[in-house]
Design a protein around this ligand. Structure first.
Ligand code: GDD
Ligand code: MN
Length: 362
């Protein structure tokens, strides 16, 4: 029975994984530990590397997920699959200092801490060779997270930590799973304040492969914050979906004006063109942002677009129907219109998350 499961979320880390495993084996020599790789169908064959380690007789398991992406949900699923009383999370790209693991484990054994966080922002810690911009962004996000969610650590964005099973189990049903910040999610979702210990370390530079954190990650961070604040009342994704819809209105007017005034199209032609343009734009943005974890690519991008057109057409009927009905009841025109927009948006959101961006369950 392992005492410690080391969860490694991976996307395209085939070149790093064998090296990471070797270093973990050195660092954790003499401990009862196992490695659980959670791979999101990496095209570079990361899962096969993990299987090869297993076949070589090492205590390595791999969870393969298809049609889904997400660092946080990968970590959650890895923990859920583990029989161990203690879980560690470490990136698969060797940027985290694995030699900290024995001290993290010792801290859990000898103190009553629920979680030990490897921090870049205390003591001897540091962000290593980050660009000034990335360092600034990380500090800003850390400040926001600390203010909004009152996380009691110097580095709530750390992707490197160790936690007791009981602490995870108590929080798991409240976890948001949005984006990349699983530690922050755990703090914000725990029913009681978690006791924290910190160990400083210096973030290493990546040798192989590249970071998957791009600017959309900032938006996903926003999604997590929304979910942990207003999420009790409205789904955070609905907020995103509605914001994209708001942008769509602007796109609609702009394309209408181009077609009608600049190109001299008829009203019907201009309105049709503007509607299709706005729907297409909304689809692309929702695919990139709101539903990034179920993002459609290739042929599936186009079948999804057709589905989205269909969903929105029904939403439009509902919108106009409700608005006209409210207007016939002598509500103010703007209130009647607003009722139509709310009904249409909620329908589009609900239906498209079921029919267009349904996440696979395996
Ligand atoms: N399963 C899965 N699915 N794994 C993923 C995904 C995904 O969609 N995206 C990234 N990963 C894996 C990577 O393969 C890597 O092992 C780890 O998650 C971290 O991803 P990077 O792309 O290397 O992130 P980073 O180095 O820019 O940022 C990391 O370090 C920061 C500081 O600790 C992340 O861990 C951040 O969350 C963290 O704040
Ligand atoms: Mn990395």
């Amino acid at each position: 029975m392992p005492e410690l499961s080391v969860i490694v979320p991976t996307y395209n880390e085939a070149d790093n994984l064998p090296l990471l495993h070797a270093r973990l084996s050195d660092a954790l020599a003499g401990e009862a530990w196992e490695m659980i790789v959670v791979d999101d169908d990496s095209p570079d064959g990361t899962a096969a590397q993990a299987l090869a380690l297993h076949e070589a007789g090492h205590p390595v398991r791999v969870i393969r997920r298809i049609g889904r992406r997400g660092l946080s949900t990968a970590v959650i699923e890895g923990m859920l699959s583990s029989p161990a009383p203690v879980f560690a999370v470490i990136d698969g790209d060797l940027q985290h200092d694995e030699t900290l693991l024995p001290r993290m484990l010792a801290t859990l054994r000898t103190t009553d801490a629920d979680v030990v966080v490897a921090t870049r922002y205390a003591g001897e810690g540091g962000v290593g060779a980050w660009s000034a911009q990335r360092a600034r962004m990380s500090r800003l996000a850390t400040a926001i997270a600390t203010k909004v969610l009152r996380a009691p650590v110097s580095d709530p964005m750390s992707g490197f930590f160790m936690i007791r099973r009981e602490a995870f189990d108590a929080a798991v049903r409240n976890l948001s799973g949005e984006g990349y910040k699983i530690l922050l999610d755990l703090f914000a979702s725990s029913p009681r304040a978690l006791k924290v210990a910190e160990l400083p370390y210096v973030f290493r530079t990546r040798q192989h492969g590249e970071s998957k954190l791009d600017t959309a990650v900032l938006l996903q961070f926003g999604l997590l914050l929304l979910d942990k604040t207003v999420g009790r009342f409205i789904p955070a994704r609905l907020v995103f979906f509605a914001l994209v819809g708001g942008l769509g209105v602007i796109v609609h007017y702009a394309s209408f004006a181009l077609a009608f005034f600049a190109a001299g199209a008829s009203f019907v032609a201009a309105q049709t063109l503007a509607t299709v343009t706005a729907m297409t734009g909304n689809y692309i943005l929702n695919n990139m942002l709101t539903y990034r974890d179920a993002r459609r690519r290739g042929v599936s991008f186009f079948t999804g677009l057709l589905g989205f057109y269909l969903v929105c057409s029904i939403g439009l009927l509902g919108n106009v129907g409700i608005a006209s009905y409210a207007f016939s009841l002598h509500y103010e025109w703007w209130l009647a219109a607003f009722a139509g927009i709310v009904v249409g948006t909620v329908w589009n959101f609900a239906a498209s998350s079921i029919f267009v961006w349904r996440r696979r369950s395996f």
